[in-house]
Design a protein around this ligand. Structure first.
Ligand SMILES: [Zn+2]
Length: 263
């Protein structure tokens, strides 16, 4: 549901009475993923009387968004359907971008992660699927924030993925996927940190995305008879995986230095 600032107020502010999945689809391109929106809905407090600021004209609302920090924007999107529609509308995108830019030292978001989603990963405190708080795993390689109950099934151990058509697949296929929950011991230099991790890799006790494994492994098997095509696919995937590890490393390094400086 795009919220255009050129439309009349009545059109701009109307949030159709859709089911949540329909709403998620409407704003999927540059906003939260459906899972995240579901958890936002889960956390939303039912209110019978709109808060005073909810009755502001939409231009005033945007003026307020201009001054908010990433966590404020996230919380604003959780207040009500109207707040969410305005806060996650394409018109609000520059305010998210500015809010993220204003966080000292925060690494640039990856192009495949929207501004609200990046803010959610870095600043929120609950699981994107069930809304649980507490012990959460945030993966910047995969772009998810999940509790143990939710990541167990989605990110199984390597050996649990080697079943059915993938029973005897070459272990090298695991190098084409990021490890879920990778732990960096040091943050001085990415190459050093990564070579330490790579040396300890053992697929049976590492976790990977089930859906991504199935896609990558199926293509790997399909290309086995064409050596050149397989080599190209492997090189492309390895470059992508390295880029995603670098993204993870950069954000974790920033988080560590932020905690040390107490900001
Ligand atoms: Zn969960």
């Amino acid at each position: 549901m795009g919220v255009s600032r050129n439309d009349s107020d009545e059109t701009r502010l109307r949030v159709p009475q859709q089911t949540l999945p329909e709403l998620c689809r409407d704003i999927s391109a540059s906003d939260f993923s459906p899972q995240t929106l579901c958890s936002i809905e889960h956390h939303q407090q039912p209110t019978s009387t709109p808060a005073p600021f909810e009755r502001f004209p939409v231009d005033i609302f945007y003026e307020i968004l201009r001054w908010l920090e990433p966590l404020d924007l996230l919380q604003c999107a959780r207040v009500s359907k109207r707040c969410r529609a305005v806060t996650l509308s394409p018109d609000a995108k520059p305010y998210w971008a500015a809010a993220l830019r204003n966080v000292p030292g925060l690494p640039e978001r990856a192009p495949d992660i929207s501004e609200p989603r990046y803010a959610f990963l870095v600043f929120e405190r609950f699981c994107e699927v069930c809304g649980a708080e507490g012990q959460l795993e945030v993966s910047y390689s995969y772009g998810c924030r999940l509790c143990g109950k939710c990541w167990e099934a989605r990110y199984p151990h390597g050996f649990q993925l080697m079943v059915g058509a993938f029973l005897s697949i070459d272990h090298a296929v695991f190098e084409l996927l990021p490890i879920f929950g990778v732990v960096f011991d040091k943050f001085d230099d990415f190459e050093d940190a990564w070579s330490d991790i790579a040396a300890k890799r053992f697929i049976s006790n590492l976790r990977y995305s089930k859906t991504e494994f199935e896609t990558v492994a199926a293509k790997y098997l399909r290309l086995r008879s064409d050596k050149a095509a397989l080599a190209g696919f492997v090189a492309e995937r390895k470059a992508l995986v390295l880029e995603r590890y670098k993204r993870e490393f950069d954000v974790l390094k920033w988080k560590q230095s932020s905690q040390r400086s107490g900001s």
